[in-house]
Design a protein around this ligand. Structure first.
Ligand SMILES: [Zn+2]
Length: 412
């Protein structure tokens, strides 16, 4: 039996549950103009003021919460001491291996980005061990930087483009990397700095959707599909404010939904998959732009060039983007018909190209979603940007601390 999220626990693990409850109130309040006081939290949760005070003391002592300068809210009464998440004590580290880049991102407990780095390079030419050693070193350097400023690192999550057995692995299949059954955590923790930390793995499209959710994106919707365009295409499904992972954590493999059963061969072994029509390489090919340096996160990339040409009105490029959008819209409309979400978020390379891809997606969705005349589906660009997956990886680490501070306190 589970306890409703905003009520005190009455049974076992009471203190752990209530600690998380109080921290959640502080985290929610940190984003408002009036950070909550102990009395506010007692009123919101139904816990006694004495209990709240004792739990807040624990959180302050652990460096997760800080007390702000007292502010007089009314003329009568004592000034209230607001509580906020402390930014300078705990960090989360996200890593990512994708087809054409490696990335690292560090966030503080409030989710603010402290460090990010992207290293371009085709990972298909490397073994999993080599690619993971390199990204582990990027992570180790970032962790050393955090520790040098006195921060503790709560853990590391790596984003990968394929079927992963979250949270500890292995990675089952990443068709575009050519990886199968890779012990990602085992290989990453060969790097001594990572060996002493909790290291987890997750799917990049799921993490990108979580980044959008954490950022309050998707136009404030809590039921949306976030589609990440890279060389491959993944989707993260968020229903009622929660990521829907599926039975094995393998939901959202939208890139391998067929657009045409007799279409071109795909790296997954089948043919006619969406990736062959709306993946990064397919777009570049259709637009006549060379795929060299086709990274989605580097500086002057092929995707930037495509955006530039589209902006200048280049007909072949605009047609390529409209064609990709139509294929994407066809599949996305199927997903919306199945799931009844109200928003579709275009992420990864689709975010900077949304101006040209988005209308074609929206047209297919309008045409094919049965409920659209009564509840129009919004198609919008990601609010997070192209590095959503690695940001989501880092954010999910600190979210783990916010969700379960008692475990963090035990481990720290
Ligand atoms: Zn496929």
């Amino acid at each position: 039996m589970s306890t409703p999220r905003n009520e005190p626990a009455r049974t076992g693990g009471v203190r752990e549950h209530n600690l998380a409850l109080v921290l959640r109130q502080v985290a929610q309040g940190s984003r408002t103009a009036t950070p909550p006081s102990r009395a506010d939290i007692a009123a919101a949760t139904g816990l006694t003021r004495a209990t709240v005070s004792s739990l807040v003391d624990v959180l302050v002592g652990a460096g997760l919460v800080e007390e702000l300068a007292p502010v007089a809210r009314t003329r009568a009464g004592r000034p209230a001491t607001g509580l906020a998440l402390r930014a300078d004590a705990v960090s989360g580290v996200g890593l990512e291996v994708n087809v054409d880049y490696l990335a690292v991102c560090v966030v503080d407990l409030t989710g603010a980005v402290r460090h990010r780095r992207v290293v371009d390079g085709d990972q298909r030419t490397r073994t999993p061990a080599t690619a993971l050693r390199r990204v582990a070193r990027l992570g180790a350097r970032a962790i050393a930087g955090e520790r040098a400023t006195g921060r503790a690192v709560a853990g590391v999550t790596i984003a990968l483009p394929g079927l992963v057995q979250a949270p500890h692995g292995p990675l089952r299949l990443a068709p575009n990397l050519g990886w199968r059954d890779v012990d990602v955590v085992g290989l990453l923790t060969r790097e001594p700095t990572l060996a002493g930390l909790p290291v987890t793995i997750d799917n990049e499209a799921d993490l990108a959707a979580l980044a959008e959710l954490y950022a309050g994106g998707a136009g404030g919707s809590t039921s949306f599909v976030h589609v990440s365009g890279e060389v491959g295409i993944g989707a993260g499904i968020v229903l009622d404010g929660r990521l829907y992972r599926g039975r094995h954590g393998w939901s959202g493999e939208i890139g391998h939904v067929a657009v045409r059963p007799d279409g071109p061969a795909c790296r997954c072994g089948a043919g006619g998959c969406l990736e062959q029509y709306a993946g990064q390489e397919a777009i570049l090919r259709a637009a006549g732009v060379p795929a060299d340096a086709a990274t989605s996160m580097g500086g002057s990339s092929a995707v930037d060039r495509i955006a530039g040409l589209a902006r200048a009105g280049h007909p072949e490029v605009r047609a390529a983007l409209a064609g990709a959008g139509a294929a994407l819209g066809l599949v996305v409309a199927g997903a919306v018909n199945l799931l009844d979400v109200d928003t579709v978020v275009l992420g990864g390379i689709y975010a900077p190209l949304a101006e040209w891809i988005g209308p074609a997606v929206a047209a297919e969705v309008d045409r094919r979603v049965l409920g659209a005349p009564w509840a129009p589906v919004e198609v919008r660009a990601s609010s997070v940007g192209p590095d959503a997956a690695v940001l989501g990886a880092a954010r999910s680490v600190v979210q783990g601390v916010l969700d379960d501070p008692a475990s963090w306190l035990t481990a720290a």
